[in-house]
Design a protein around this ligand. Structure first.
Ligand code: NZQ
Ligand code: ZN
Length: 405
């Protein structure tokens, strides 16, 4: 299922870059102070709804900046969107949108607020019975409210793509539509100075795995996408630990460049560019979503748990790209090829651990008893042919999960 691919027509040719359709309509306003300029990009006379999460934006001054920038607009707000945004709380926002005749949505926060806002944008114009069908039945979005984001957590790429992930009970599902790309997104690295260590780490790991999902597949003679992906991986490996070292320091002691590099890397990792024309995997994400739905792990924690074991389980089909990854990312170009792959996988795990993200299910307090539940979830959600070749069947997923314990 091409959940995070916006061009399902891709044919996955084995030896050449596929045809592609690249259009990213999101304007990026990058840098310190850019929130002040948002009024230039919201249509005059719009009734705006500002959507946000649990209150971080009130504590770090971002809310005040947004409020000042919207002085000329009539606006309402909807706070309380939780991490891994929930259907019910988003439907409450849809109700207000309709009652207040809102015509522009402004998401202020992390990926959860951005994703939730995309769902609100689509649900507000949904013409069927239940907007959950956009996710559960993949009913195409035919109309959506315009939206924009002010990003405070570099991680998901939601600020520049058409993806949204929403949770209802134990169903954590994704949809994708060109109609929910943000009109613009503000990336002000100073808004990330207040992130706790867990969220800095989560963001770097998520962006790293997004890159891997579009890179570590099989070669199709795509040197541009490959080297672009490699530059993102190397930047995240270099800058991630530096950002961790600055957590909790006051703004004047923060390294702006480190935060800026991470923020731009995370956007480019999933603004759809590096995935164009190349095979895409996404199995780590699809298995990971079940770990969040059932066990409540953070999104990035699930990726750190799954990816090293998926690399191991798929080392034959991914062999050529694993060797390229070993050489270009970890400098492993000598000696036995199997050993190089082993070390590259071990280095990947070690990088996540350097970022203080645990890489085993047992370290999150769960044991072998969870595997059957996770397998049932994968089956129920039709996740039975994952990966760039659809060769990760339920048996392979079980192997990956058992190795992840
Ligand atoms: O809710 P508030 O108070 O704002 O606090 C948030 C939240 O608790 C906090 N936070 C955000 N910015 C902050 C801050 N705290 C201090 N200072 C700041 N500047 O961080 C916590 C986590 O936020 P959340 O938005 O949940 O994190 P993230 O950006 O990692 O988003 C995760 C969600 O995105 C989905 C995930 O599945 C998950 O639901 N994804 C979306 C994707 C997409 N749209 O393309 C792709 C991803 O693979 C992913 O699946
Ligand atoms: Zn992700």
């Amino acid at each position: 299922m091409p959940v995070f691919s916006d061009h399902p027509g891709d044919k996955n040719k084995e030896s050449a870059v596929n045809n592609f359709d690249y259009h990213n309509p999101t304007r990026i306003l990058f840098g310190e102070g850019e929130i002040a300029n948002i009024g230039n990009y919201i249509p005059a006379g719009s009734k705006v709804m500002v959507l946000y999460g649990g209150g971080s934006i009130k504590a770090n001054g971002v809310y005040q900046q947004v409020s000042d920038a919207l002085a000329e607009f009539d606006w309402v707000e909807h706070g309380g969107i939780s991490p891994n945004p929930k259907y019910d709380e988003l439907m409450a926002a849809v109700k207000t949108v309709k009652e207040q005749q809102v015509d522009f949505l402004l998401a202020v926060g992390g990926g959860s607020v951005a994703d939730g806002t995309k769902f609100v944008a689509a649900a507000a114009h949904f013409e069927g019975q239940d907007p959950w069908d956009i996710l559960a039945k993949q009913v195409p979005v035919t109309r959506a409210l315009p939206l924009a984001t002010i990003l405070t957590l570099p991680a998901t790429g939601s600020e520049a793509n058409g993806n949204s992930v929403v949770t209802r009970g134990e169903d954590k599902l994704a949809f994708n539509s060109p109609l929910v790309f943000p009109q613009f997104s503000v990336l002000d690295p100073t808004t990330t100075y207040t992130l706790p260590a867990r969220q800095v780490a989560n963001g770097v790991v998520d962006a790293f795995v997004h890159t891997i999902e579009q890179y570590l597949t099989y070669p199709v003679n795509s040197p541009i996408q490959d080297r672009f992906a490699e530059s993102l991986l190397l930047t995240l490996i270099e800058e991630g630990p530096k950002a961790m070292a600055d957590v909790g320091k006051p703004a004047e002691q923060q390294n702006y460049d480190v935060r800026a590099n991470i923020m731009w890397a995370a956007t480019l990792a999933l603004n759809t560019l590096i995935g164009k024309g190349v095979p895409q995997d996404w199995a780590t994400h699809m298995i990971g979503h079940e770990l969040t739905a059932v066990l409540g792990l953070d999104h990035a924690q699930t990726l750190a748990v799954v990816l090293p074991n998926l690399m191991q389980a798929q080392r034959q089909p991914k062999r050529e790209k694993l060797l390229q990854y070993a050489e270009r990312i970890w400098g492993l170009n000598e000696g036995d090829e199997e050993t190089r792959i082993d070390v590259a996988i071990a280095n990947t795990r070690a990088f996540f651990e350097t970022m203080k993200v645990k890489t085993r299910i047992s370290e999150y307090g769960h044991g072998a008893e969870v595997v059957d539940t996770l397998m049932a979830q994968l089956e129920r959600h039709g996740m039975v042919k994952l990966g760039e070749r659809g060769d990760i069947d339920l048996g392979r997923s079980r192997e990956i999960l058992e190795a992840a314990l």
